[in-house]
Design a protein around this ligand. Sequence first.
Ligand code: NAD
Length: 239
Amino acid sequence: MADPTGKVVAITGAARGIGLATATAFQAAGAKVVIGDIDEPAAKRAGETMNGPALPVDVTDRESFTAFLDGAEAELGPIDVLVNNAGIMPIGPLLEEDDALADRCIDINVRGVILGTKLGLARMVPRGHGHIVNIASVAGVMPAAGMATYNASKHAVVGFTEAVRLEFARQGIEVSAVLPTFTNTELIAGTKSARGQRNAEPEEVAAAVIGLVTKPRPQVVVPAKLGRQLRIGPLMSRG
Ligand code: NAD
């Protein structure tokens, strides 16, 4: 899709952070955007600020996710872009991690992305076009101490996304992953990258999402050197 003008974009976890920045950027680029979030009051506030629709969604629940996509299409028309952005990040020593929180992380970050991708594809494949963007993380290719379950979840998103991209590549559907570094949102609440780099701003991640949607390229993009270290094949290794 060269031009997002008039395109319908649905974004989960868009009440704040990277999701809200992405929603704002798509709207500024002329797209029609629907915000989805489990935090209904925050979603409503974001919708009011953007003067656009905001709907509740729990990405771990098929009925809720379906109602979100139905509602989005009723408000704005067929979805051209679905951004599976909702996520949580448990941080801390693995042996102190609450099992329920670990399960919730996998539920939202992995099962939510798988569910969203399937529900999005079910609408896009019969139309022969559409783009699904899964927000993974650099933690999906570079593990870091103190967030093992989160690392596992994002590795799953990267692998899943690449596999789905290959499966649907000939059906006019783009499936991409974006791998942000530490980004200044409530999710990390002041945590700094252990690698000593500056944190990104949500708007920078939003620009990457728009760039990916408007200029499709190999969908899991990692620096070539890192790709070689990780033995990632040429399709996934660029830069
Ligand atoms: P955030 O906490 O600011 O926003 C996440 C949003 O997701 C919240 O509004 C929350 O209510 C919503 N959400 C949580 N569970 C949900 C559910 N079950 N259904 C629907 N919505 C739900 O986080 P963020 O930093 O903007 O992160 C967005 C995405 O980017 C996540 O997938 C995260 O893992 C990824 N990411 C973030 C960073 C970072 O450093 N902030 C880095 C790499 C990747």
